[in-house]
Design a protein around this ligand. Structure first.
Ligand code: FES
Ligand code: FES
Length: 158
């Protein structure tokens, strides 16, 4: 076991973990952050995307011990005082989801994209989200949601 200290959605945790434990499993199984989901076993789908120190990462693609000393934000840490993050609002308002399985990862990736490029073109949005797969929507309303969020204040995770 290895001891880690991480901040997740603003709260500090000290835990002993198996060195081989994936970050996504730590988030879901230890911390109950089940908003972060597993959609594949090939690091392709992006459903597990979270922010590590403000940058998106696929949490199935790193170990919990690699998050030691870092700050993780999940989709569950985006809303504040009952107010959804602007990107969450935009996904809701633009009907950018159907089954919703990809949505946590899509939202986390979209926020990172908008942090880097507050006014992306449609092409830049599609390229920026290419690591996140959606089986339901055809991506059209997801792109619309990111465009809509870009028109409001879609910035940082906190
Ligand atoms: S579960 Fe992480 S990329 Fe699919
Ligand atoms: S809304 Fe179903 S996978 Fe994207």
């Amino acid at each position: 076991m290895t001891q880690i200290n991480v901040t997740v959605d603003g709260a500090s945790y000290t835990d002993d973990v198996e060195p081989r434990m994936l970050l996504v499993h730590y988030l879901r199984e230890r911390l109950g952050k089940v908003g972060t989901v597993v959609g594949c076993d090939t690091s392709n789908c992006g459903a597990c995307t979270v922010h590590l120190d403000g940058k998106s990462v696929k949490s199935c693609n790193m170990l919990a011990v690699q998050a030691d000393g870092h700050e993780v934000t999940t989709v569950e840490g985006l809303a504040h005082d009952g107010e959804l993050h602007p990107v969450q609002k935009a996904f809701h308002e633009c009907h950018a989801l159907q089954c919703g399985y990809c949505t946590p990862g899509m939202i986390m990736q979209s926020i990172d994209l908008l942090n880097d490029n507050p006014h992306p073109s449609e092409e830049e949005i599609r390229v920026g989200l290419e690591g996140n797969l959606c089986r339901c929507t055809g991506y059209h309303n997801i792109v619309k949601a990111v465009q809509s969020a870009a028109g409001s204040s879609a910035g940082a995770t906190s």
